[in-house]
Design a protein around this ligand. Structure first.
Ligand code: HEM
Length: 365
């Protein structure tokens, strides 16, 4: 259901570029719901599934099943509030799952992930009651940013602590979340404040994430670190763009802010973590190969083209960049699936040291 949501969401995004592509039985949902399909239908379902696998409790699967069902209603063209309602129920179930994780392990990183789940639920409730996507999208951004931050904090616990890192992190989070809450009442100042929070979080992650050290290693560990560091650069870029283009509405500025975050930051994280998350969720080994740099390089180069084209008003450049963004995601799926079928020896001999650990919330490290 998640993958179906991803593919139909990408198709809808390509039509919005605009590219002249057909739609099944004139189902305009794919265009209108490009954002919700990508964020709630794909990312929400996959994240909730990963957490359910980590928790190893049957009821936790309610969350991905509900959001997956919500995605199906949008993909197959049911109008009305059914899809948004299913996403809302799914995110409420996911919040309960994250609270259970907090109960099992009281730690800053589990609370951060739970805050992310609350942000997702808030965005979905606002969307369900009729707020437009451009007014709820920052809540969805907060869901993904806090989930990823929580995972990185979990993995960075093994580093020697720096005394002044926690207060700076809390100040950055206060700016980021305070800005998003303020944006509900005062859109432009709130979004600008949130943008400063993005930059501050990006600098914090770039300075304190373990990736700064692991980038000097080899193989999969190095690949993951490069994806993470590139993602932090895009998070900072998204923040600067948000400060410049607030209030979020539509058009090239909107496109640049959202995709610097969703493609540059979130998908770079997905590309980096996929070789260890797939084995954890599907129980299948992934053979890391150097051509993984192909989909990662294509993603960043095409996004740079798209954002530059957005900023300079070059329509064809934006279309080409968007098309190549989609190609990068498809190439990633092909490279990952073909590596899943690959021989497990490559995985276990070259990368076992960096990939075999499973974290306290059940994710591969
Ligand atoms: C893969 C290639 C992608 C293409 C070609 C694409 C294309 C587009 C376009 C053209 C817009 C409209 C921007 C405007 O108003 O001018 C848009 C909006 C949006 N995109 Fe994407 N996108 C892609 C990937 C993603 C991803 C990966 C995500 C999230 C994970 C995402 C989330 C959104 C959201 C939330 C909106 C706002 C929708 C709205 O206001 O209705 N996009 N996208």
């Amino acid at each position: 259901m998640g993958i179906l949501s991803l593919l139909s969401g990408i198709w809808g995004g390509l039509i919005r570029l605009p590219l002249n592509l057909p739609l099944p039985a004139n189902n305009a949902n794919w265009i209108t719901f490009h954002g919700p399909l990508m964020v709630c239908g794909f990312l929400g379902t996959v994240i909730a599934l990963e957490r359910a696998v980590g928790l190893q409790t049957r009821w936790a699967y309610a969350a991905p099943l509900l959001t997956g069902a919500g995605a199906l209603t949008l993909v197959f063209g049911f109008l009305g509030p059914v899809g948004p309602a299913l996403f809302t129920l799914g995110s409420a179930a996911f919040l309960i799952v994250t609270l259970r994780v907090v109960q099992l392990q009281r730690a800053f990183f589990t609370v951060t992930m739970s805050l992310g789940a609350s942000a997702w639920l808030t965005g979905n409730v606002l969307w369900l009651v009729g707020w437009p996507v451009n007014r709820v999208v920052l809540w969805w951004v907060a869901f993904l940013a806090l989930t990823i931050l929580g995972e990185r904090l979990d993995l960075s616990r093994f580093q020697r602590p720096v005394r002044w890192a926690p207060p700076i992190l809390i100040a950055s989070l206060a700016l980021f979340l305070g800005g998003i809450i303020l944006s509900v009442f005062e859109q432009t100042p709130g979004e600008r404040l949130a943008g400063i929070g993005f930059v501050s979080l990006a600098l914090w992650l770039g300075r304190f994430d373990i990736a700064r050290r692991t980038v000097r290693q080899e193989g999969l560990t190095r690949f993951m670190a490069i994806c993470l560091l590139a993602g932090y650069v895009w998070l900072g870029v998204a923040g600067v763009l948000l400060v410049c283009f607030a209030p979020l509405g539509f058009g090239p500025g909107y496109d640049a802010v959202l995709h610097a975050f969703f493609l540059g930051f979130v998908f770079s994280m997905i590309f980096g973590h996929a070789p260890v998350i797939f084995p954890a969720v599907l129980n299948l080994p992934v053979a890391f190969r150097n051509h993984f740099y192909g989909h990662a390089g294509l993603l960043h180069a095409s996004l740079l083209l798209r954002v530059m084209a957005d900023l300079s008003g070059w329509g064809e450049g934006r279309q080409l960049g968007g098309l190549l963004n989609a190609a990068a995601i498809l190439l990633f799926l092909v490279n990952t699936v073909t590596s899943l079928r690959g021989n497990s020896k490559i995985y276990s001999t070259r990368n076992s040291r960096s990939c075999s650990r499973t974290t306290s919330t059940g994710q591969g490290a």
